[in-house]
Design a protein around this ligand. Structure first.
Ligand code: RNT
Ligand code: ZN
Length: 412
């Protein structure tokens, strides 16, 4: 179907496709650097993995250097309509120096900032509280040892400083998202003490005020991880309360709840108590498996909530998945485009019709409309969106993804 016919079909429902396309084009998605190299990073000294985060698979072409990662990112962005962001982790520093985590400075990230300026994209940041000898107990900010807590507090402070400088340099606030792996494999006897230590460490870490135009603090909860099955110190309730009391952003990762919980449902609930939200859009399969996101019901519902609850202005969309069994660049492209496709579908819903049906308790109409809408020509509007940004679709996209993957396959 042509775009003009699709436009007319949506107009019959009172939906303006041009408004939807303009809106969609203005929504940045923060693409996570760690899909490009299986969450390995570029440190030379720490070396240990852990924290329960592992990519599985051994597809050829993993980015081994910052230059390779940037080349892969540039290719991925060129396959995705719109202008997006890059979400960096502290372990992705680009320097000949070998600072430990409590020694990092913005100078270690200058090439990233220069590159982001060049690309016209914003940066987000994360302190890295895993893959380090001092995180081997799966305890960092809540460790009983004051020395270990202090080490990680210093890392967190420095990360905030780096993020603030990134935000200032790029003219767009950098979100500094805090996730710690802290927890216990087996049932702890003193959950309260662990949580009190985490809270105190966070308080110290976040004590220095920063300009919100440069840096925004976010905290990310989790249900469980490999090795911390019995208790996660930074649980949802812990961080929800913390974020509300301290005025930080709350990060909702779609893999960090019970598998049958509907994360989309949480947006309007937490938005009443919080100014801003950060999303880690992910696809848990049976557990927090971080599969590449599909155009699945979960993602569609998330996008629909963002639009219908009018939360796009205060929700930052970040992605969090990593799959090393397929082309890593294709994973970025497919996942990011799926997030955009979901947003487009949400922006094309006849929300006024649905709202009036719902407020009149006419649930029959609500159901009929949503189901009839599944046959609407969303694809034609998406094709128009990609055409306007000169990004390929269908077989051309597959060819481009293949071509790039072949060019990196011999990296070893
Ligand atoms: C871990 C969290 C966290 C990480 C990244 C790499 O379970 O989801 O967001 O995936 O920081
Ligand atoms: Zn996450």
């Amino acid at each position: 179907m042509s775009y003009d016919s699709a436009r007319a079909a949506f107009a019959e429902w009172g939906v303006d496709t041009e408004t939807a396309l303009t809106r969609l084009n203005s929504i940045p998605i923060s693409m996570h650097c760690w899909q490009g190299d299986d969450v390995v990073g570029f440190e030379t000294r720490s070396g240990s993995s852990g924290g329960g985060i592992q990519a599985t698979g051994n597809h050829p072409g993993r980015a081994r250097t910052p230059d390779e990662l940037r080349a892969d990112l540039e290719f991925a962005y060129s396959m995705i309509p719109g202008t997006h962001r890059l979400n960096l982790h502290a372990m992705y520093l680009d320097t000949n120096a070998t600072p430990d985590r409590d020694e990092i400075e913005v100078a270690h990230f200058t090439p990233w900032i220069d590159w982001a300026k060049d690309q016209g994209i914003g940066l987000d940041f994360n302190p890295t509280f895993f893959a380090h000898a001092k995180a081997d107990d799966n305890l960092t900010l809540s460790h009983p040892d004051q020395g270990i807590r202090d080490f990680w507090i210093e890392h967190g402070k420095r990360s905030r400083e780096i993020a603030a400088q990134m935000g200032e340099a790029l003219g767009t606030s950098c979100i500094n998202n805090i996730w710690v792996p802290d927890g216990y494999k087996d049932t702890p006897i003193d959950r309260m003490a662990a949580r009190a230590r985490l809270e105190a460490s966070l308080d110290t870490m976040l004590a220095d005020p920063h300009n919100k135009a440069h840096m925004l603090d976010a905290v990310e909860s989790k249900l469980f991880g490999i090795g911390v099955e019995a208790c996660t110190v930074g649980s949802h309730e812990f961080y929800m309360g913390y974020a509300i009391r301290k005025g930080t952003l709350l990060c909702l990762d779609m893999g960090h709840f019970h598998p049958t919980e509907n994360i989309a449902d949480k947006l309007s609930a937490v938005a009443l108590s919080l100014d801003e939200i950060l999303l880690h859009v992910s696809r848990p399969m049976r557990w927090d498996s971080d599969h590449v996101i599909l155009l699945s019901d979960d993602i569609l519902q998330m996008a629909q909530e963002l639009v219908s609850a009018d939360l796009l202005g205060r929700t930052h969309i970040g992605l969090d998945f990593f799959d090393a069994t397929i082309s890593r660049t294709a994973a970025w492209v497919i996942g990011t485009r799926n997030m955009q496709k979901a947003l487009l579908r949400a922006l094309l819903m006849p929300l006024d019709t649905l709202r009036s049906a719902e407020s009149a308790l006419d649930f029959t109409t609500r159901l009929t409309v949503t189901e009839e809408f599944k046959d609407m020509p969303f694809g034609a509007v998406w094709n128009e969106f990609t055409a306007r940004s000169s990004t390929p679709n269908g077989q051309r996209l597959i060819k481009e993804l293949d071509r790039y993957q072949s060019s990196v396959a011999d990296r070893g």
